[in-house]
Design a protein around this ligand. Structure first.
Ligand SMILES: Nc1ncnc2c1ncn2[C@@H]1O[C@H](COP(=O)(O)OP(=O)(O)OP(=O)(O)O)[C@@H](O)[C@H]1O
Ligand SMILES: [Mg+2]
Length: 318
């Protein structure tokens, strides 16, 4: 497996007024190339500090890391050339148009003059700002500003994109547009790391996620595997709808190996089992000549996973 990001015991300790703040504390993390990775955590969890270390904007106080194969301390210049970063609170000039702002960033990034126009147009088209490129940044809405920040990150045509809170302060429609953009960029082959404190805003597009709190990763893994694990822990919930009389069949459901409970509600049965027993239910219905209308495994959502996690940790979930 190739990794876009690998981090080993990475640590950042800030010292202020004689106190130590372990902003990132012995963190171990791997992000697969070609994936969308979501870094979740409340304010102050250490997300921005981690991102700054990955992109050479601040030095670690311990541990090590590689981004696209380059050491984050010794080769940060190569990293900055290959990584498109949307930092927290990106600053553009109010009195310049979107296009002029990007021209300025392109010059700072040493993008050859003869390529700039095309790259800027491509980046603006990608985020849907081509039509408003002549408008001054000062007149841009919050969502447009964020999109221009993303366009700026795309200018280098980077392999890896790191977005720090891309949906912060954006309305639901704008957040959806950003999610769609992330999926599109990922389909084009880019690895994407997103940080957020609002799970529902980016969670649905992530292949893998990590929850960070107090500088540490509390939970990490592929979304599919985490949900599978949750089903194994909480039980597989299966909903059956049928027509006709079901009395004996409903009773027989409890005898299927692995079934923990059966609840009957009119012509619907809710089964909780230790595994996916849909095939066994199908066989049983044939035996009892019962017509099944729907037989559905109710997948838990990322939301369910987080609520459970936050409850276990005694945290509040927003
Ligand atoms: N330059 C600094 N000097 C001292 N402490 C800092 C500095 N930067 C960050 N911290 C502290 O490190 C911790 C992690 O901060 P960080 O900005 O990385 O969190 P975050 O997860 O990005 O939070 P948010 O969701 O609010 O953006 C916080 O306790 C913060 O106060
Ligand atoms: Mg932050």
């Amino acid at each position: 497996m190739e990794y876009a990001i690998e981090v080993f015991n990475l640590t950042k300790v800030y010292r202020s007024e004689g106190k130590e703040i372990r902003a990132v504390d012995n963190l171990n993390l791997k992000v697969e190339k070609g994936s969308i990775f979501g870094l979740l955590g409340p304010n102050g969890a250490g997300k921005t500090t981690l991102i700054m270390m990955l992109t050479g904007l601040t030095l670690p106080t311990g541990g090590s890391g590689k981004v696209l194969g380059h050491d984050i301390v010794k080769e940060s210049l190569q990293i900055r050339r290959k990584v498109g970063l949307l930092p927290e609170g990106f600053g553009f000039y109010d009195h310049l148009t979107a296009e002029e702002n990007l021209n300025y960033v392109a010059a700072l990034n040493d993008i050859p003059k003869d390529e700039r126009k095309k790259r800027i147009e491509d980046a603006l088209a990608s985020v849907g700002l081509l039509d408003v490129r002549d408008r001054k940044f000062g007149g841009y809405s919050r969502g447009m500003r964020q999109k221009l920040g993303i366009a700026q990150a795309l200018l280098k045509n980077p392999e890896l994109l790191i977005f720090d809170e891309p949906t912060a302060g954006i309305d639901p429609e704008g957040a959806r547009a950003i999610r769609e953009l992330v999926l599109k960029l990922n389909r084009e082959g880019k690895t994407i790391m997103l940080s957020t404190h609002l799970l529902f805003e980016v969670g649905p597009v992530c292949d893998s996620i990590a929850i960070m709190n107090f500088g540490r990763l509390m939970l990490q893994g592929k979304v599919r595997e985490l949900l599978e694990k949750l089903m194994a822990e909480e039980g597989y919930k299966i909903k059956i709808e049928f027509s006709g009389e079901v009395g004996a069949f409903a009773e027989a459901l409890s005898s299927i190996s692995g079934v923990k409970s059966v609840r009957l509600e009119g012509k619907t049965a809710h089964v909780v089992a230790e595994k996916d027993v849909r095939a066994e239910i199908g066989k049983l219905s044939t035996k009892y000549s019962i017509q099944i209308l729907t037989l559905e495994l109710q997948q838990p959502s990322l939301e369910d996973l987080f609520i459970k996690y936050y409850r276990r940790e005694g945290l509040s979930y927003a």
